[in-house]
Write a protein that binds this ligand. Structure first.
Ligand SMILES: [Zn+2]
Length: 191
């Protein structure tokens, strides 16, 4: 029997799926909305430039003052993000905040250690092939706990399988035998 929490989770999945396919239908409309036209006209370089500008606003304390209620209402008929992110689960690394993005402006796939698997790749194919996004950002960060866990070969429930997907990247890094630094690099290793 389904628990209340499971029913709520299933309802959310259905709502997300409905919204997603509404967006695809809307994107194929012969008379697209201004948001759809703006997305279509944006080049990958322009998408990158907008993200850099948003990050500059974030780092200088000049982020956009937002009416989130209005953004929710405006994006309800369809979504037309210009970019997608593969980001870490880390609570300090939300791309929406760090790039000063509003509701409906980016697809964000988050998993500890920001690696890709079939599910993440499928999500990116939806974001770009079906929903028109123009730029993929793989958004890592310093002192990542998941990467450190993979380096230390941590075993913990289902996290073990997740960290195993990071380990090939760890193995590809030349280890000079010195301790792992706070920035996730070894000894004298540089950028
Ligand atoms: Zn991380």
């Amino acid at each position: 029997m389904n628990s209340p929490s499971r029913i709520i989770a299933l309802s959310l999945c259905a709502a997300v799926a409905t919204g997603a396919f509404t967006a695809v239908t809307h994107a194929a409309d012969p008379a697209p909305s201004p948001l759809a036209a703006a997305q279509k006209a944006t080049t990958p370089q322009q998408a990158l430039d907008r993200l850099v500008a948003g990050n500059t606003r974030f780092t200088t304390g000049a982020t956009t003052k937002r009416d989130f209620g209005a953004e929710v209402r405006n994006s309800a008929p369809g979504q037309y993000p210009i970019a997608s992110f593969v980001a870490c689960l880390d609570s300090r690394t939300s791309p929406d905040y760090i790039f000063d993005l509003g509701v409906g402006q980016a697809f964000v796939a988050r998993v500890a250690g920001n690696f890709v698997n079939e599910d993440i790749l499928g999500s990116l194919e939806f974001a770009h092939k079906a929903a028109g996004a123009k730029l993929i950002v793989v958004f890592g960060h310093s002192a990542c706990g998941a990467v450190k866990g993979a380096c230390d070969d941590v075993k913990l429930g289902n996290l073990t399988a997740a960290l195993a997907k990071i380990r090939p990247a760890v193995a590809a890094v030349k280890d000079d035998g010195s301790p792992l630094r706070e920035d996730g690099r070894f000894g004298n290793q540089r950028e």
